[in-house]
Design a protein around this ligand. Structure first.
Ligand code: NAD
Length: 290
């Protein structure tokens, strides 16, 4: 297939490289001068998108996605798929999809889980929103870039799934860190705490797969000085999206709100910026109140 790929950062770069390595013709564009193995660079987003069978975007946020969509949609050929893999607000996803449908394109919102490691290894999980025809067209590419793609529903459903998943993740990470800090104060050994919780009803991905305590559980950013991994500021971005969605949908998410406020404090008023989101554990070790 002829593919345009716009946004070749930490995630988009390796995703585009995997598509090229699988034999597709990939033309890329990024506002930063980035080169990706096997990918031809275009001079603009519109040039990268013109006459392609599929255009993929992997951009920082909804505002940038909307601006790029305004530029590329008129350049795309009828019947082409427009797959946005960025994590953005549900409203932006739906607005861009509507614009794409009006231009006779096949839009899919397809945010991912799995991080930079998953992007490099081609093991991402895609959560997709859009028509059956759009999902079917995108599926062979999901199979190259990832190991699983779930068609969640109509446009916006992929972003909804991503936002809900990451709200759970933020909440369980905070809960796991709080519990470790409490266990310390109670004189409970961290390894024993892991051994019990990881096979009891308190288990979660945060505890079992991404344990925030160094030297305990499988290898995780805690074992590497809390170097991300998944940065605290990206978790904050996703939690804010969850609260924006909750506000718009009139949903009651008190723990999502509390997690948003805590990550906000950690990133903006404490020393969380640039650290992995599991660095909440050393934060709680300092016994913050408030
Ligand atoms: P990144 O900042 O490394 O990459 C974004 C790229 O977009 C940059 O290279 C930037 O130069 C480019 N860009 C910005 N504006 C542009 C424009 N107008 N036209 C063309 N290119 C433009 O970010 P990332 O880590 O690759 O994340 C991308 C998206 O994936 C985000 O929405 C993020 O929330 C989501 N995500 C990231 C992770 C992760 O672990 N990094 C995991 C899941 C989802």
């Amino acid at each position: 297939m002829n593919i345009g790929f716009i946004g070749l950062g930490n995630m988009g770069g390796p995703m585009a490289a995997n598509l090229a390595a699988a034999g597709h013709n990939v033309t890329g564009f990024d506002t930063a001068q980035i080169s990706v193995e096997g990918v031809d660079m275009a001079a603009s987003a519109a040039a990268a998108a013109a006459d392609q069978d599929v255009v993929i975007t992997m951009l920082p946020n909804g505002q940038i996605l909307r601006a790029v969509a305004d530029e590329i949609i008129p350049a795309m050929k009828h019947g082409a798929a427009f797959i946005d893999c960025s994590t953005v607000d549900v409203e932006s996803a739906r607005a861009v999809a509507e614009q794409a449908v009006a231009a006779r394109l096949l839009p899919v919102d397809a945010p991912v889980s799995g991080g930079v490691g998953g992007a490099q290894a081609g093991t991402l999980t895609f959560m997709a929103g859009g028509s059956e025809a759009a999902f079917t067209k995108a599926q062979p590419l999901f199979e190259i870039m990832g190991q699983k793609a779930v068609h969640c529903g109509d446009s916006g459903a992929g972003q909804a799934a991503k936002i809900c998943n990451n709200m759970i993740l933020g909440i369980t990470m905070i809960g796991t860190c709080e519990a470790f800090a409490l266990a310390d104060k109670l004189g409970l050994d961290r390894q024993k705490m892991f051994d019990v919780v990881s096979t009891s009803s308190g288990y979660s991905w945060s505890m079992n797969a991404y344990c925030p305590a160094p030297g305990v559980g499988p290898q995780s950013p805690a074992d590497n000085g809390y170097k991300p991994g998944f940065a605290a500021e990206l978790m904050l971005k996703d939690l804010r999206l969850s609260q924006q969605a909750a506000e718009a949908a009139d949903a009651d998410t008190p723990l999502g709100l509390a997690a948003t406020k805590l990550y906000e404090q950690f990133v903006e008023a404490e020393d969380g910026l640039g650290k992995d989101f599991s660095a909440m554990l050393p934060r709680f070790e300092k016994r913050h109140r408030g």
